[in-house]
Design a binder for this molecule. Structure first.
Ligand code: C2E
Ligand code: CA
Ligand code: CA
Length: 406
């Protein structure tokens, strides 16, 4: 962590709280710290200096944390954010969602006073983002022409992240996630090019290119006897094309893959667009035998009635409802009703973004089916995944079972 030496800004109007957060950071061997006493002061510092991380208090006079977050989102290279507040946790979750919708990377949102564990955890996430996807890449939208060229030159690859059964941690499926390595070890995150691809209409070409790659990979796994399913992200924008289901089944058949071993993941906000066409496309895909997963459930605004109309087979609960679930009664009650709803609709339930043992243990007491997240495995290339399955999965399973007994 030290070698990353992030430049940190602690924004809080209370001297006591600010000093407390700074002292915890120092306990984590972080010393490159500045502070700001209100939103105006913070914004001025953020505009004149580069910061990697900012702790933002939501309740401040002059410019409150909510307004400050909106202003930060407009900066060229905004810092990663950790939200602090003494507000109700439901409000903190809403504001975190708002910040993420505005394009900010929120590493955590915590009720005050923040604990050293929460800081360490957020730093781990920061490290992952810094060393993995965002290494040397300052988040920005990539120009359309560059994406077009990358698709044309086959530069966009796939990494795969396991989904495991909650009981027994058996590999159920892998989710294919787009990865664009511009130079060795430097990746442009999907959030920087998927959106541009969607807005420019390139998403169809990109998805078909990636889907074909994942089918070829799946066939290779099948030949080795590995029969887990493959989950593929489909942009909601594509559902308005009535030809999509036929095109997908055609490629699938061409690669001799059974549709019932493929799950298409569609974000819940697909429902806020042209509903009837989207539902028709999804129904057709279901009838062709594909699985349909409602992705990011809980992060948007879909209501129960909309959900019940989707011909889905799976519900993926977003990390915003899983994060610190073991300590948060508000999230627990939302999650419990989501689980009940999904069971009534006969959907398989996946918890995504499980990062720590305590979250996993809480989930084991709920009636959910699958888990996915950094706690088990990060997305990895196909070679690493094969190695993970043969060498790492069994020891991981034993370690988790042993830790659960303690
Ligand atoms: P998603 O489909 O919800 O994928 C999950 C994202 O969470 C992935 O980010 C994954 O790396 C990350 N993740 C997994 N486990 C954890 C965890 O324990 N903690 C945290 N904090 N994050 C975790 P990634 O790969 O950056 O993808 C971001 C989004 O970009 C995806 O969200 C998906 O919406 C989109 N995307 C990625 N690949 C494709 C693609 O091929 N096509 C389309 N249409 N969208 C894609
Ligand atoms: Ca997904
Ligand atoms: Ca998701």
């Amino acid at each position: 962590m030290n070698n990353l030496n992030p430049h940190i800004l602690v924004v809080d109007d209370s001297n006591v709280q600010r000093d407390y957060t700074i002292s915890l950071c120092k306990n984590c061997n972080l010393f490159n710290i500045n502070s700001a006493v209100n939103g105006v002061d913070a914004l001025h510092k953020l505009k004149t200096d580069h910061f990697d991380l900012a702790f933002i208090d939501l309740e401040m006079p002059e410019m409150d944390g909510v307004e400050l977050l909106r202003q930060i989102a407009k900066l060229e290279t905004p810092p990663h954010i950790i939200i602090l507040s003494s507000l109700d946790s439901s409000l903190i979750i809403s504001l975190k969602t708002m910040a993420q919708v505005d394009g900010l990377s929120v590493l955590g949102s915590f009720k005050k006073p923040i604990t050293i564990e929460s800081i360490k955890h957020s730093l781990e996430l920061f490290k992952t983002k810094k060393q993995g996807l965002n290494k040397q890449w300052n988040s920005k939208k990539v120009p359309f022409e560059q994406i077009q060229l990358a698709i044309h030159e086959n530069k966009i690859e796939l990494h795969y992240q396991p989904k495991l059964s909650i009981k027994g941690l058996i590999l159920n499926s892998v989710e294919a996630l787009a990865r664009w390595e511009i130079t060795p070890g430097v990746f442009i995150p999907p959030s920087d090019f998927i959106l541009v691809a969607e807005e420019s209409g390139l998403i169809h070409q990109l998805t078909m290119n990636l889907y074909t790659k994942s089918l070829i990979q799946k066939k290779l796994w099948e030949k080795k006897g590995a029969l887990f399913s493959l989950a593929v992200n489909i942009s909601p924008f594509m559902l308005s094309d009535p030809l999509l289901p036929d095109q997908l089944i055609e490629i699938t058949k061409k690669h001799h893959i059974q549709p019932n071993s493929i799950i298409f993941e569609i974000t819940e906000n697909a429902l806020s667009q042209d509903q009837s066409t989207a539902i028709a496309s999804l129904a057709k895909l279901r009838m062709l035998g594909f699985g349909i997963s409602i992705d990011d459930f809980g992060a948007g605004f879909a209501n129960i009635q909309q959900l019940s109309r989707i011909p889905a087979t799976e519900l993926k609960i977003d990390r915003c409802l899983i994060e610190n679930i073991h300590t948060d009664p508000h999230r627990q009650s939302i999650l419990q009703s989501a689980v009940k709803l999904a069971k009534d609709l006969k959907l398989k339930i996946v918890a995504e973004g499980v990062e720590i043992h305590e979250e996993f243990i809480f989930l084991t007491d709920l009636n959910i089916d699958l888990v996915q997240g950094y706690y088990f495995a990060k997305p990895m290339d196909s070679n690493k995944l094969s190695q993970w399955i043969t060498q790492d999965l069994a020891p991981l399973r034993n370690k988790i079972i042993q830790t659960s007994k303690k």
